[in-house]
Design a binder for this molecule. Structure first.
Ligand code: DGY
Length: 331
């Protein structure tokens, strides 16, 4: 039995096979978050206290703030996601709680989906489906549901970390010109490999036919794309967001799409999930997906396993492979 044996872990939501078996093998006790309890900090804190938990296996919709992280005995929060804006990392560090995430395993699956949204929005796939099902397809017509070409167009990547880079690799096969903006420039050999040129955000917005967002949510990126930024984009451009909803001002986006300031958008994430701005729901030129960019059978299973491996390492007192706040460890 490992030193994690006997630890109690708050399982906020079920995870996918084979992750539950790993917890069992390590003789950890999974304490399910009470059925029907609200996903609030107060309810999560209570579940950690009542369950006597040393670990939490959390997901993107679980708010893990100071009041949760200050529960005595809590050692680690392992998020089943690459994003971690649901966890107050400075508070975790203050309270000596490790926080981890699941980078890498979802990169290509998420990049595939960003590309799918780009193509669906540009070529009006979802709109065409609705059109046909409504019985409006009366036969081929030269001017029916015309879209924008992806092939040969200019792609602007806002953020070019793992996922942005994977989108760029796909874009190369479509012979796209690639612009990117990021706080840190890519090494010259990677820029060459991706065929990507670093520009400022205004240039990217003015020149790109497709703008794809790949930045984490932070105070600096909240509403990074709002009215003034949308106004800089081409009327033929498409905006894709697979990062975090609040990076885009949804009301401003809906107005831009409605007024023809922008051709279309593809969104996987929303400002107040699971709610979607009603003005977006009323528009035909936006493809809406329910936060499923990493949602392939294999990837969600790999995310579950990686999160449990991080959790078990932390419970054993080892450094988890994907630790977000190394300052918690003794130096
Ligand atoms: C993440 O991993 O951050 C996604 O939003 C869910 O896969």
């Amino acid at each position: 039995m490992s030193e994690a044996a006997g630890s109690r872990v708050l399982l906020m939501h079920p995870v996918l096979d084979p992750a539950p078996a790993l917890l069992e093998e390590a003789a950890c006790e999974a304490v399910p978050f009470p059925d029907g309890a609200p996903l609030t900090e107060a309810a999560i804190r209570e579940a950690v206290e009542v369950g006597g938990c040393q670990g939490i296996l959390s997901q993107v919709m679980d708010p893990i703030g100071d009041s949760v992280l200050s529960v005595p005995g809590l050692a680690i929060v392992a998020n089943v996601a690459v994003g971690f804006d649901n966890i107050d990392i400075p508070a975790a560090t203050r309270h000596g709680v490790m926080a981890t995430h699941t980078p890498g395993v979802l990169t290509d699956t998420t990049a595939d989906f960003a590309f799918a949204l780009m193509m669906a929005a540009a070529r009006r796939v979802a709109e065409g489906d609705r059109f046909l099902r409504a019985g409006r397809f009366g036969g081929w017509a030269i001017d029916m549901l015309l879209g924008q070409d992806v092939w040969g167009a200019t792609l602007g990547l806002v953020g070019v970390g793992r996922i942005g880079g994977a989108v760029a690799r796909r874009a190369r096969a479509f012979e796209m010109r690639i612009l990117y903006t990021d706080a840190v420039a890519l090494p010259p050999d990677v820029e060459r490999e991706l065929g990507a040129t670093r520009v400022d955000l205004d240039t990217l917005l003015r020149e790109a036919d497709f703008v794809s967002l790949h930045v984490p949510l932070s105070p600096d990126t909240r509403h990074l794309i709002s009215g003034p930024q949308l106004a800089r984009m081409k009327p033929t451009a498409v905006l894709v967001n697979t990062s975090r909803g609040p990076v885009v001002d949804e009301a401003a986006l809906a107005a831009a799409l409605r007024d023809g300031q922008l051709f279309a958008a593809g969104l996987d994430v929303f400002e107040r999930e699971p709610d979607v701005h009603p003005d977006l729901l009323a528009l035909d030129n936006v493809v809406l997906a329910p936060h499923i960019a990493s949602g392939s059978v294999r990837t969600r299973s790999e995310m579950s396993v990686l999160a449990v491996r991080n959790l078990l390492a932390g419970l054993r007192g080892e450094r988890p492979p994907n630790l977000l706040n190394p300052d918690v460890l003794p130096r």
